[in-house]
Design a protein around this ligand. Structure first.
Ligand code: NAP
Length: 302
């Protein structure tokens, strides 16, 4: 088969040697041709889709596909698969656990106290005193939820369709999950339904002094509402990895707000060593005539 690798962001030299080793019978190109069978893309070069008439699959090299779905040239009659990379799933859970423990052990508060040279001790809670809520119980949310359960936290989560995850209180009622969550982790895809979901009304429903961890997309949070909730003490702290504009502009008040921890969209990066076997699995499925895995539902937007 003929494969096209197209990305303005992912370095080809990190992917091509692994792909070539795993797929010795296939040819991998970096420029479009009319005999390409499968396009491997992450922010592809503009205009490529119009030059691929025989395409059988668009395979994203990222887990989030909202930017691809916004591309007016993306063919709607060709299946689009997103990447479910075990390395990335593990990395995301590490980030979520790091932030939950930072908040649970008051480390964000002690960093602030150190800057002010204040010896101020806070009380200790058991993990079982705390409920961590997930917006999104998909590949990423479910893995992190299970790992928090293993540490003894109570865990609940919101999904679009009813769901069962052992030990997790699952609900399709957003208000219920917000009201239970001492720490709220956003791991939703960005769609028309989820944009702006973390707004003043949502923060008002959360327990006073709770924390927010947004590792999904900047568009989920209404920043002005978040800053107001932090200033009012409704939220104790926010860990933000993703922003409406990236890199976060120097003028953004989020950079300097004492209640905000900023990281540069680095909660989980695609790891070609663990991602390539998944990409190869889908290529083999297309070769056999089987349906590819992790197909995007165009109507749902993820
Ligand atoms: P996923 O497997 O597709 O799971 C998405 C979850 O969100 C599902 O539980 C889904 O419900 C739920 N959901 C979607 N729309 C909803 C709605 N309108 N109401 C309620 N629940 C809704 O996605 P994933 O692989 O876990 O990834 C989630 C997102 O993480 C990605 O889209 C990406 O934007 C982000 N991400 C960020 C980074 C980073 O470094 N910061 C890295 C990777 C990914 P159902 O279960 O009912 O479908």
């Amino acid at each position: 088969m003929n494969l096209l690798f197209s990305s303005q962001i992912e370095p080809a030299q990190r992917w091509l040697p692994l792909l070539e080793r795993a797929l010795p019978q296939d040819r991998i190109y970096t420029e479009p041709r009319d005999d390409i069978d499968i396009a491997l893309v992450a922010t592809p070069h503009p205009g490529i889709f119009g030059k691929l008439p025989g395409l059988k699959l668009v395979q994203s090299l990222w887990m989030g596909v909202e930017k691809l779905l916004e591309d007016p040239e993306l063919p709607r009659d060709v299946p689009l698969a997103r990447l479910v990379d075990p390395g990335m799933v593990g990395a995301m859970s590490e980030t979520v656990l790091a932030h939950v423990l930072d908040w649970h052990r008051h480390l964000y508060f002690y960093r602030r106290m150190q800057r002010e040279k204040k010896w101020k001790r806070r009380g200790q809670s058991l993990p079982s005193d705390r409920t961590v809520g997930f917006l999104g119980l998909g590949e990423l949310g479910t893995d992190a939820a299970r790992k928090l359960l293993a540490l003894g936290f109570k865990v609940c989560g919101w999904s679009r369709r009813p769901k069962r995850v052992a030990g997790v209180h699952c609900s399709t009622d957003l208000g219920e999950i917000l009201g239970m969550s001492d720490a709220l982790v956003c791991l939703l895809p960005l769609t028309g339904q989820t944009r702006g979901v973390l707004n003043a009304a949502a923060f008002a429903r959360m327990p006073k002094g709770s924390c927010l961890i947004n590792v999904a997309r900047g568009g989920h949070v209404v920043s002005a509402d978040l800053l107001a909730a932090l200033d009012a003490g409704q939220l104790a702290h926010a860990y933000l990895d993703v922003f409406d504009a990236e890199p976060l502009p120097a003028a953004s008040p989020l950079w300097t707000h004492p209640g905000v921890t900023v990281t540069p969209h680095t909660a989980a990066l695609t790891e070609p060593r663990t991602a390539v076997p998944k990409v190869v699995e889908n290529i083999e499925r297309v070769r056999r005539g089987d349906a590819p895995l992790s197909l995007v539902d165009f109507a749902a937007g993820y």
